[in-house]
Design a protein around this ligand. Structure first.
Ligand SMILES: Cc1ncc(COP(=O)(O)O)c(C=O)c1O
Length: 445
């Protein structure tokens, strides 16, 4: 869809159109998603990319408000290459500030599983915004979407919306503590930037004093931490997939340890929701927690998250204080409706698994063909990553891949999207091959 078509509408705001039939193949066949051809190569100016990096560094501490989009996070500490800002994103392509068009394998940290600027989602959002994004009452879509999530997510009987993933997980922790009247949290994973979940300058030690951290999939460590928490255990909070799927033993231990203390089992499904399956890992692995937090792909890049769970536990949300002025703004709820349209009409998650396998295969073939050593492809297909033996080689690979117009994620997951079509996969393999061949040559020099 061309944006001029959307913004060209001059009539009075209308109720949302009947969404066009989402068609995964049609979107993917477009290659660049929507007739997107980018800016002609000759007109690109990489100096402009550097200028934007400089401007950002002057006015935004660290150069970006999202930690993983800081230059140091994108390309490595001390590196000076690579674009940091974009002016347009469409399908799986981004146009940098300097006018270079890249294939994006990072998909905005997994928050986009359909594609950038998707027509179904964008139209739903624009229509909702045009009809009044917020008001003195709650929008009906808050109830509609809550109902839909209860149909889709196995553990969901009630829902509260928030704006960010960190907020949703913090809300889950607050609800678990309010429900149990206890304090201690045993957690495994990344839960966002809030005080209780981090150990960095500016956080008083007391904020995390009741949080015990355990490694992923380690039954003995989980048991030890729960023993330490004793009868004050409020919740076990798990990111259910970290690089690999969890063992049945780990999950069973978490359930048993929660039940023994009357504690709440919480899954953080920020990355896994609407990606492994619409209902997240709990649907994929047929294992229900009591509460769960969703965000990211649920709204294809629009700012909304949710804490969901069993009604008996969720009711505690009304006894404590969890509230945000714009939590239920209609545009982001409409983005969820657009994503649900996709999931209703086509098996989005099956495509993500298949496309992720093809991406992993493409990079594996590139590694094998080049003879590169000290590098491997890991993770699961919907969230995979390239592991390097040294940060220097990783940075150099990213730089070489960028020269072939492909952006891979440094130190974290690459994410497939519906918009990564066959030609894109060929281009990814070509870029990875070229980068690995060059890397091997440089290593031998
Ligand atoms: C598992 C998990 N939980 C929570 C968060 C925090 O989400 P947000 O950055 O939207 O606050 C993230 C973000 O990457 C995440 O991956």
């Amino acid at each position: 869809m061309r944006f001029s078509r959307l913004f060209g509408k001059s009539e009075e705001p209308q109720p949302p159109d009947e969404p066009e039939q989402p068609d995964a193949e049609a979107v993917a066949d477009d290659g660049a998603g929507d007739g997107y051809e980018g800016i002609p190569e000759g007109d690109a100016d990489e100096n402009l990319d550097q200028q934007w990096r400089g401007r950002a560094a002057d006015v935004i501490p660290g150069g970006a408000s999202t930690g993983s989009k800081r230059p140091a996070a994108l390309y490595g500490e001390g590196t000076a290459f690579g674009p940091t800002h974009y002016t347009r994103a469409s399908g799986c392509h981004i146009t940098t500030a300097g006018g270079v068009t890249l294939i994006d394998c990072t998909m905005a940290l997994g928050s986009v599983a359909i594609g950038y600027g998707d027509e179904t989602v964008t139209r739903a959002v624009l229509n909702a915004a045009a009809l009044g994004n917020v008001a003195g009452l709650s929008h009906t879509s808050e109830v509609d979407i809550a109902d839909r999530l209860c149909d889709i997510i196995p553990c969901a009987e009630q829902v509260r919306f928030l704006k960010s993933g960190a907020e949703a997980v913090s809300a889950a922790v607050r609800i678990a503590r309010a429900y149990t009247g206890k304090s201690k949290i045993v957690g495994s994973g990344y839960f966002g930037w809030h005080d209780w979940a981090n150990d960095s300058p500016g956080i008083p030690a007391g904020a995390r004093a009741d949080v015990l951290r355990v490694p992923f999939d380690d039954v003995a460590a989980l048991e030890r931490a729960c023993q330490q928490a004793g009868s004050d255990l409020a919740a076990i909070l798990l990111e259910p997939v970290v690089e690999k799927l969890p063992s049945a033993e780990w999950l069973a231990a978490a359930r048993r340890l929660c039940d023994a203390q009357g504690a709440v089992l919480v899954f953080d499904e920020m990355k896994t929701g609407f990606r492994l399956r619409p209902g997240g890992y709990q649907e994929y692995g047929s294992f229900e927690p009591d509460l769960a937090a969703f965000g990211k792909a649920m709204a294809n890049g629009f700012p909304i998250a949710a804490v969901v769970g069993r009604a008996a536990v969720m009711e505690a949300a009304a006894k404590t204080w969890i509230s945000s002025t714009l939590a239920s703004e209609a545009a982001a709820l409409a983005a969820i409706a657009g994503v649900l349209e996709w999931h209703d009409k086509t098996e989005v998650c099956d495509t993500l698994w298949k496309t992720g396998e093809e991406m992993m295969g493409a990079v594996n073939r590139a590694i094998a063909a080049s003879g590169a050593e000290g590098v491997s492809v890991d993770g699961i297909a919907p969230m995979w990553f390239i592991r390097f033996d040294t940060p220097e080689r990783e940075s150099r690979f990213l730089e070489l891949a960028l020269e072939q117009d492909v952006l891979f994620k440094r130190g974290a997951y690459n994410y497939p999207a519906i918009a990564h079509d066959e030609q894109t996969l060929i281009d990814i393999e070509h870029a990875a091959s070229s980068a690995f061949v060059q890397l091997v040559e440089e290593t031998q020099d």
